[in-house]
Write a protein that binds this ligand. Structure first.
Ligand code: ATP
Length: 287
């Protein structure tokens, strides 16, 4: 085999709680993550000549060695002494710097793809250990599905599968820096009301009860990002008005997603929300 195509799925945060700031500067998190069908496609082709080459159909992400996909390939080639080179092509659909793990999922796809392409026989645990060297969300992107993520995001516990829920995502046309959001978070100001009750949320999701889930779908980073960017609160209120059973900002933002009680409702909301010029709009399902 010399060529492979891997879908690289986006994630949404059904909750995000920040427990504490660790001594090493990272934050200890507790969040429920969910894969959605919105995805990039990562194409890998082994090449005779040494070196990595990367192309992407958008200039929204770098095409050099700072690209997470490139970093993942470099890691695998170094670790396993792979001969020759690799051509990477990314068909990008996930908006960048959006809180949807676009970079992490491309890296995860490259790790999985190289494992297949070169028949390395690595198991998921080994791929996740490698992925963590690239970013905290990469191990989750390797596993995917409905997961409780703890630690810096790398300690994963499977939760009852929540696939098949209709989702609409809006990505306002603003750039939000993840390090800036964490630097602005004052944990002494976070009240119990701001935090998700992860156990109650897990139970509501297990029952696929979106109304009950919405009471505990909370993201403490909204405290920082929504205060600074009014457009995010506006997007969230429009999502609710458009009929979402539950809505939340994903990750450090600025994307906001809504969960819908069926494909017609999601389609209707997508049509309404797509008419706005302030954001990009996507329709998807949980997978
Ligand atoms: P997370 O939800 O994990 O915090 P995010 O969705 O907020 O991630 P990314 O899409 O991963 O953010 O992008 C973060 C930065 O990484 C961007 O500034 C982007 O230029 C850079 N980047 C490098 N490689 C990629 C890639 N393959 N896809 C997207 N962004 C990339």
């Amino acid at each position: 085999m010399s060529y492979i195509e891997i879908p690289a799925y986006a994630k949404i945060n059904l909750s995000l709680d920040v427990i504490r700031r660790r001594e090493d500067g990272y934050h200890e998190l507790r969040m429920i993550m969910q894969t959605v069908s919105l995805h990039d496609t990562v194409c890998l082709e082994s090449a005779g000549e040494a070196g990595i080459r990367l192309e992407c159909d958008t200039d929204a992400v770098p095409c050099d060695r700072t690209n997470t996909a490139w970093r993942a390939a470099e890691l695998m080639f170094g670790q396993y002494n792979l001969a020759g080179g690799l051509r990477i092509r990314i068909i990008k659909r996930i908006p960048a710097a959006a809180g949807l793990a676009g970079g992490s999922t491309d890296a995860a796809a490259v790790l999985k793809g190289i494992n297949e392409l070169y028949a390395l026989g690595l198991d998921t645990g080994e791929l996740k250990r490698l992925g963590l060297q690239i970013g905290a969300d990469v191990p989750y992107c390797i596993e995917g599905g409905t997961r409780l993520a703890e630690g810096i995001g790398e300690i994963l516990t499977p939760l009852p599968d929540l696939s098949g829920i209709d989702v609409v995502i809006v990505k306002p046309h603003i750039k939000v820096s993840t390090p800036w959001v964490y630097s602005q978070l004052d944990l002494s100001q976070v009240t119990e009301h701001d935090r998700p009750d992860t156990e109650k949320l897990t139970e509501a999701l297990a029952n696929r009860d979106l109304k009950a889930a919405s009471l505990n779908m909370k993201n403490v980073l909204e405290l920082v990002t929504m205060r600074r960017y009014e457009i995010i609160s506006y997007a969230k209120s429009r999502m609710a008005q458009a009929g979402a059973e539950a809505c939340l900002m994903s990750g450090s933002g600025p994307s906001v997603f809504g969960l819908f009680a069926g494909p017609e409702k999601a389609q209707e909301a997508y049509a309404k929300l797509s008419a706005h010029r302030e954001w990009e709009c996507f329709i998807a399902r949980t997978v």
